[in-house]
Every structure is written in structure tokens, then in C-alpha cells.
Design a protein around this ligand. Sequence first.
Ligand code: ATP
Ligand code: MG
Length: 250
Amino acid sequence: MGSLIEARGLTKNFSGLAAVSSVTLSCDRGMIHAVIGPNGAGKSTLINLLSGELRPTDGQILVDGVNVKGYGPTKMSLLGVGRSYQRTNIYPNLSVLENCNIAVQSRLEISMRFFGAVTSYPDVEARSKQVMQRLQLDSLAHKKANELSHGEQRQVEIALALATEPKVLLLDEPLAGMGAEESLRMVELLRNIRSDFAMILVEHDMDAVFALADHLTVMVNGEVIESGKPEVVRLSRRVQEAYLGGDIDE
Ligand SMILES: Nc1ncnc2c1ncn2[C@@H]1O[C@H](COP(=O)(O)OP(=O)(O)OP(=O)(O)O)[C@@H](O)[C@H]1O
Ligand SMILES: [Mg+2]
């Protein structure tokens, strides 16, 4: 079975700065591939390349074997690449269900534009409810987004990503700003849905990374300095020096 998403020699230069430099990685369904590294390593830039929000300077991206050269975010989403953001993209004055409906609706409008599919409003709401059930967020449906705790907001962001019916899920720091309990809940949530997706997970929380990841890629200054099984990467001297530092002896 081929990878659901694959990057080969992916490179992004910003006026002379190599934010992402010849990165090669892949992820299969049911797998979580974590990308870690210090601030400014190029992790978000990598996610933005994989989601189609940025055009690579060089290299290739394949989604389910299809070379997606020149695809923007809309076409990537249609191909099944969904994402969450490092900063929130929730409408604060709308309910969770309404936020989810907007995400489902936007997906349907794009499908209609491309494939002429027609879907009614009840179908939108049914799909939203299905997604919330999948994530066990039903009880939040009628809460306004600005009344949610930070942890709940981040869970809803996963729901918004799932509303686009992805097969690949790109997650940029889903645990950012969370307390210990909220982090555990998010790890549990990701564990519960992992079998359905190929997940690329950018995260600074090493407990979560080592609890979830099947494969680890470590980036520093745009470059991959190590890639492999988490327990092997963890012991790499280069990785310890560049990033994990004191964590390693815990
Ligand atoms: N649109 C842009 N234009 C110019 N430079 C950029 C742009 N986006 C990112 N950069 C630069 O590229 C480098 C990588 O940034 P990126 O946001 O990908 O890092 P990161 O690994 O996600 O960091 P963090 O852990 O802080 O989120 C940084 O030096 C950043 O300043
Ligand atoms: Mg980032």
C-alpha cells in the first residue's frame, strides 16, 4: 500500500531564507508522523506546503500517489487533505454546531463547484452532528464558541478539520496553550480517530508526541536532522543537542 501523503525534496525559500530545505517524509493511513523541532525550524511552513497554502520552491508532494504540483488549498482539500491551524479559526460568536455547519457547507459548495453535487441543509447539519459524535463533542453543540474552554476550542478545531472529510490530517500544534488535563483529553481524542487518517502532527509537547507518534521527523533550520522510530530518534545525540536537550534523561 502506498502512502496517503508523501513529500520528496520539499523546499521553500523566503527571499534567501531556506525555511524548508529538501524535506522528504511520508505517512500512511492509521499512522501518526510527528514533526518536531525548535521555534523557526520550518514546521508550520512544511504544513502550509502540504496543505497547498504555500507553493514549494522545489520538490514534490504526492497525495494518494497523485502529484499535486500547482494545487492550491481548495484542490488539496478536495483531494482529502484537511488541516488545523496553529492559531484558532473559530467564529467566536457562533455555536459549535454553527461553526461546524459552516465548515461542512464550505466543503459542499466547493464540491458543487467542481462536481455539480447538490446537498440540502439538513444534510449539512447531519454531517456536522456525525463529526461531533465521532469526537464525543455532542454536549458542546449549542454552546457559543467564545464560552468554551481553551481545550474545548482546540477540540472543535479538529471537528472543523474533519468536517472537510479528509483522509490526511495536518495538525499544527493542536495542544498549544493547554493545561495537563486538556492535553491528555486531546491525546485521547487523536488516539480515538487515528485509524481513519494519515496524520502529520506538529507539536512541542513531547509527552504527547511520544504517546502518539509512530514516526518522528526532527527539523532544525529547515532541514531534517533525524527521522525514524520515536524510541530511536529520542536517543540520537544530534537530536538531544539540537532540541530535546534535558528532556532525554527524564
Ligand atoms: N511568509 C513568510 N515570509 C518570510 N519568512 C517566513 C514566512 N513564514 C515563515 N517564515 C520564516 O521561516 C522560518 C520557519 O518558520 P515556521 O513558522 O515554519 O517555523 P516553526 O517551526 O513553525 O516555528 P514555531 O515552532 O515557532 O511555530 C522562520 O525563520 C520564519 O521567520
Ligand atoms: Mg509553527
